[in-house]
Design a protein around this ligand. Structure first.
Ligand SMILES: NC(=O)c1ccc[n+]([C@@H]2O[C@H](COP(=O)([O-])OP(=O)(O)OC[C@H]3O[C@@H](n4cnc5c(N)ncnc54)[C@H](OP(=O)(O)O)[C@@H]3O)[C@@H](O)[C@H]2O)c1
Length: 282
């Protein structure tokens, strides 16, 4: 099958490439397609004649989106509408990624696929706009919501993920303050990539929640990273208000899946990733 992957150099895009090694993969980064150039999307996609499209590209800087909501909305919203329309026109499935940040985090038992989004931030609103346009303009689609992705991105402009940031900060300071009042599920990009490949092969369509199992605060996430890495550092749990940031994050945005069994536990996935980083001396 010829698969067009948009956002191939991002955290998830990097993990998706080996997951489709047995397919004909056309892997595009931002030099191949600029999703903010809306009128270019349909002709470019059509020129490849894909049999399936996966969009792993997004404007993912949550705080910067507060300053540039029109650009975030173009890339995360309008561009998804364009992709949905061209996929409907050529009769292929579109796999689109979204986020727990479409929810307000006020529900204490988490969110299943039918929960009503109520984003708190510009990023969340832009991703929700993409979800709406996908549903309005798309025909055959899978919307995969996930949370707290970690994994190595290949792209040069890609930022460090939370795991890499924590390990780096521990080399510069022996005391780290970490937010302890936002709860969600860390998700290993490699596990999500395998889950996306399995979804495509399955009959499941529509909205799907895919994260590693379990949930934690950022502080608990950090504690596990250092335990797995064998790094000794003093950690201080603090409220999010200790780090004032432009975007408001949901307090409790655990995604529950009613359609599929859970992926492995996030602690196990963190262990695998930390070992990979150590092996590659990163
Ligand atoms: N990261 C998370 O914690 C998280 C949580 C929940 C959901 N998600 C969702 O999961 C998906 C994958 O996220 P990720 O963490 O893998 O993202 P990422 O690492 O930030 O990668 C996003 C990719 O999109 C590309 N991109 C940005 N603007 C573009 C444009 N105008 N045209 C074409 N490509 C563009 C980036 O290219 P450059 O590198 O050249 O900028 C980058 O390669 C996204 O839909 C995201 O919203 C992520």
């Amino acid at each position: 099958m010829r698969i067009l992957l948009v956002g191939a150099q991002g955290t998830l895009g990097t993990a998706l490439q080996p997951a489709f090694h047995d397919q004909e993969l056309v892997a595009w980064d931002q030099t191949d397609i600029d999703l903010s150039d809306l009128s270019s999307i349909a002709p470019k996609v059509q020129s490849v004649q894909p049999q399936l499209v996966i969009n792993a590209a997004a404007f993912t800087d949550v705080d910067r989106a507060e300053q540039d909501e029109p650009r975030a909305t173009a890339i995360n919203g309008s561009a998804v509408g364009e992709l949905a329309a061209v996929c409907a026109k050529i009769g292929v499935t579109l796999v689109q990624l979204s986020t727990d940040y479409v929810f307000d985090g006020r529900q204490t038992n988490g969110y299943d696929e039918s929960a009503e989004p109520a984003p708190l931030s510009a990023y969340g609103r832009s991703k929700y706009r993409g979800e709406q346009l996908l549903q309005q303009r798309g025909r055959d689609w899978i919307l995969v919501r996930t949370s707290r992705l970690f994994g190595q991105a290949r792209g040069t402009s890609s930022k460090l993920d939370f795991v890499q940031r924590m390990l780096q900060q521990a080399t510069q300071s022996d005391m780290l303050s970490v937010v302890d009042d936002e709860i969600s599920s860390p998700t290993y990009a490699e596990d999500l990539a395998q889950a996306v490949a399995a979804l495509i092969d399955s009959k499941v369509r529509g909205v799907v929640h895919r994260t590693n199992d379990g949930a934690c605060t950022w502080y608990e996430f950090a504690r596990e990273i250092f335990a797995q890495a064998g790094v000794s550092v003093k950690l201080e749990p603090v409220p999010a208000s200790a780090f004032p940031r432009p975007a408001v994050r949901p307090k409790y945005s655990v995604l529950r899946s009613t359609k599929l069994p859970p992926l492995r536990h996030w602690r196990e996935a963190v262990g695998d990733y930390v070992r990979t980083l150590k092996r590659n001396d990163l």
